[in-house]
Write a protein that binds this ligand. Structure first.
Ligand SMILES: NC(=O)c1ccc[n+]([C@@H]2O[C@H](COP(=O)([O-])OP(=O)(O)OC[C@H]3O[C@@H](n4cnc5c(N)ncnc54)[C@H](OP(=O)(O)O)[C@@H]3O)[C@@H](O)[C@H]2O)c1
Length: 274
């Protein structure tokens, strides 16, 4: 069932920071009526103030007395316990809770907000331009309508992948949540290698950066598997093949990436326990 942001009813966003604002802009662009968006942040930054001015919204310091259809929790995980204490009275029987807070379990959210209607998610930063990918898990009391509502809200920031097991969110965190930083690091490494070959830092960075941007854009318009896209640009015995022989060796990129992603997942699990 496809939910429609125009008819979803009031959505309360708690935490008007980077990720919260990315989501809010996406919802408004996707048709959420501004009158159905309630922003809660005691110390909003410029992005939140700009959005509020653009859509004539009030930013509330706290959520007392409001009962939204969806409550979106977008505050830092470190303060979530304290924030949940002040939100209980804002939750009504119709309220679905959608959390983007990293590492905060459905069990903790359900206990803190006294509701089992909780969807826990892990977005990533390209959500800021509508090109994110979010992993989502629904708590036991989430209905199919709730799930459709959550999907519609998350889809405004990019793609959504649903999982049956909450533990999978640690893997999602390790692959896509932290993933954009791996790509930025790839650009740094490629540019550094170019400098070693004698290019200036500026030009090497221009070449590396635009190569990743261009390759990503090509991948976006061509649904072929990444392995096929790679093969398409690799002539036998050519220059690309020479580099891929190194990158795809037994001690190449794959085992290194596996090690990096394992480390991220272990840290995600550790933070979740903390
Ligand atoms: N950024 C990412 O890449 C990313 C990716 C996946 C998940 N997430 C999750 O998204 C959440 C938000 O991250 P972010 O990067 O958007 O953080 P952020 O920019 O710091 O946003 C959090 C916002 O909440 C505000 N806030 C503090 N106390 C509040 C309260 N009592 N009520 C309402 N709002 C309050 C903060 O204000 P102050 O600045 O004044 O404290 C800030 O504006 C986190 O839980 C994070 O785990 C982020």
């Amino acid at each position: 069932m496809q939910a429609n942001l125009r008819t979803l009813g009031p959505v309360m966003l708690v935490g008007a920071g980077k990720m919260g604002m990315a989501l809010a802009r996406g919802w408004l662009d996707a048709g959420l009526p501004p009158s159905n968006l309630v922003l809660v942040d005691p110390s909003p930054g410029d992005a939140a103030k700009d959005l509020a001015a653009d859509y004539d919204l009030t930013i509330h310091a706290e959520a007392v007395g409001l009962e939204p259809n969806v409550l979106v929790l977008a505050v830092k995980p470190q303060i979530i316990g304290a924030v949940m204490g002040g939100l209980k009275q804002a939750i009504g029987p119709q309220t679905l809770v959608l959390s983007i807070a990293a590492g905060i379990s459905i069990e903790k959210l359900s206990a803190g907000l006294e509701t089992g209607r909780v969807v826990r998610t892990m977005p990533n930063t390209p959500a800021q331009i509508g090109k994110g990918v979010t992993g989502a898990v629904a708590g036991a009391e989430v209905s199919s309508d709730d799930r459709a509502a959550a999907d519609a809200l998350l889809s405004a920031a990019g793609q959504v992948a649903w999982f049956d097991h909450e533990g999978d969110l640690d893997a999602v965190t390790a692959v896509s949540g932290s993933g954009p930083a791996y790509v930025f690091n790839l650009v740094e490494a490629l540019a550094a290698a170019g400098v070693k070959l004698g290019l200036s830092e500026t030009v090497a960075m221009q070449l590396a950066r635009q190569t990743v941007i261009g390759a990503a854009a090509l991948m976006e318009v061509d649904p072929a598997p990444a392995s096929v896209l790679r093969q398409n640009v690799t002539s036998p015995n050519g220059t690309t093949a020479a580099a891929l022989e190194v990158l795809m060796a037994d001690d190449g990129l794959a085992p290194l990436m596996e090690k990096a992603v394992d480390a991220a997942r272990a840290r995600s699990q550790e933070l979740g326990r903390g």
